[in-house]
Design a protein around this ligand. Sequence first.
Ligand SMILES: *[C@@H]1O[C@H](CO)[C@@H](O)[C@H](O)[C@H]1NC(C)=O
Ligand SMILES: *[C@@H]1O[C@H](CO)[C@@H](O)[C@H](O)[C@H]1NC(C)=O
Ligand SMILES: *[C@@H]1O[C@H](CO)[C@@H](O)[C@H](O)[C@H]1NC(C)=O
Ligand SMILES: *[C@@H]1O[C@H](CO)[C@@H](O)[C@H](O)[C@H]1NC(C)=O
Length: 413
Amino acid sequence: MRSAIVSCALIAGVVVAQQLTDDTVAKVKANLATAAKQSWELGTRAQALLELDNSPLSVFTPGSIPPPFSKANTTALQDVLSIAQNAVSKLNKDNTPRPLDAGAGGDPPSMGIAVLLANASGGANATDYAQAAQNQLAFVLDKLPRSSDGAISHRAEQVQLWADFIYMTPPFIAYYGAITNNKTLIDTAYTQCSLYRDHLRDKKNSVWMHMALGSGYNDAGLWATGNGWAAAGMLRVLATMAQSSFAGDFKGEMSDLEHWVTEILDGMYSKLDKSSLLFPNYINQDGAFDDGSSTALIAAATYRLSLLRSVHHHLPDAERVRKGLVARVDSDGWLAPVVDPESFAKQGTHSPEGQAFILLMHSAWRDWVADGSQGANGGPAIVVPPPKGVVAVLALGQIAWLVGRRVGLPVAR
Ligand SMILES: *[C@@H]1O[C@H](CO)[C@@H](O)[C@H](O)[C@H]1NC(C)=O
Ligand SMILES: *[C@@H]1O[C@H](CO)[C@@H](O)[C@H](O)[C@H]1NC(C)=O
Ligand SMILES: *[C@@H]1O[C@H](CO)[C@@H](O)[C@H](O)[C@H]1NC(C)=O
Ligand SMILES: *[C@@H]1O[C@H](CO)[C@@H](O)[C@H](O)[C@H]1NC(C)=O
């Protein structure tokens, strides 16, 4: 039986591509460059480029704070610095202390890390970059309205919390704090994640709603991409804490963030469509189409969580999902099917954020392979004691896993 499984895997390995080729990655990257226009798309692109081409400068790499520019790929870094330059030149044009770009208040800060890197790199106009970053931070902390318990609104005109915020703003606040040695700011980033979880978490399904409070968009649905934003954003905050000079003071906070990410991954993977190997665009919604964007971001988060915190139990899921997505990037370097990023309930054709998520997944997977592919064969590796009620379920899962492993079956549910 075991030999039959092995030869199947070998045959599959020959027939089906198991990873993106360098050529495909280059096409995905080029498409992302032309498609990303909105502030959050540019910020996400900057992060994807750092993780892909300049991992020494990415918060997921130990020693990345303060940024070690001597280890940077300076050619590739130009793309990130150009994002900062464009953002800051917009600020200079009307010369007002507004955030780096208009739009939803919580989106422009996603470009802030590129701006902080532009300042730290000490190139031309460094003062402009430092000033723009400072203005952006002040706007977020002092100008955006807040909920009664202190959650910073994603929208400027009213208090409304979007899961997207977690990828756009707390990583910037945390990074600002880490490179200026300001512990309060790192703590603020953590507190915002905590408050957003309080408002957005759907306990029953162990995933987040897209939005809470306010009016207008009012999307209380369990949007798959929103869960990706939340999980991946909290991991960036966690990683930034770990690379900061205050890592020793934030042990409890880091373990909370680990738990909150795990919670989302548990909920999401339980809703994976087992034939398409994609998540539905909305969890628990009849007729929701399958979405490749969110699937790529959740897979990226799974590898990052494994690397950062040795939580490996969704690795077999991530591996299956990743291989499925490799086949869904076409020969021109576009991922499909994808949600329309500006119309959450509609299927789109090309998605800038979906392109970035493929790069994030690819980079996280590459780093995970370099680290020895921990957990590739499955098995829970819970390092934090789960809440009481969950222990019995986990124990059963563990037995099922051991049994599955003994007889050489795939361990998927
Ligand atoms: C630096 O990045 C560029 C653009 O991504 C790439 O073509 C080049 O091979 C990289 N250089 C090194 C030394 O990795
Ligand atoms: C900008 O860079 C300078 C020089 O590295 C540094 O001292 C300063 O803290 C930076 N400012 C910000 C806001 O990161
Ligand atoms: C520096 O700022 C000036 C004036 O805003 C602008 O014309 C120039 O392009 C900037 N240079 C760089 C390298 O960003
Ligand atoms: C940390 O940042 C906050 C917000 O900008 C600021 O008010 C505070 O003075 C800073 N603390 C230190 C120690 O620099």
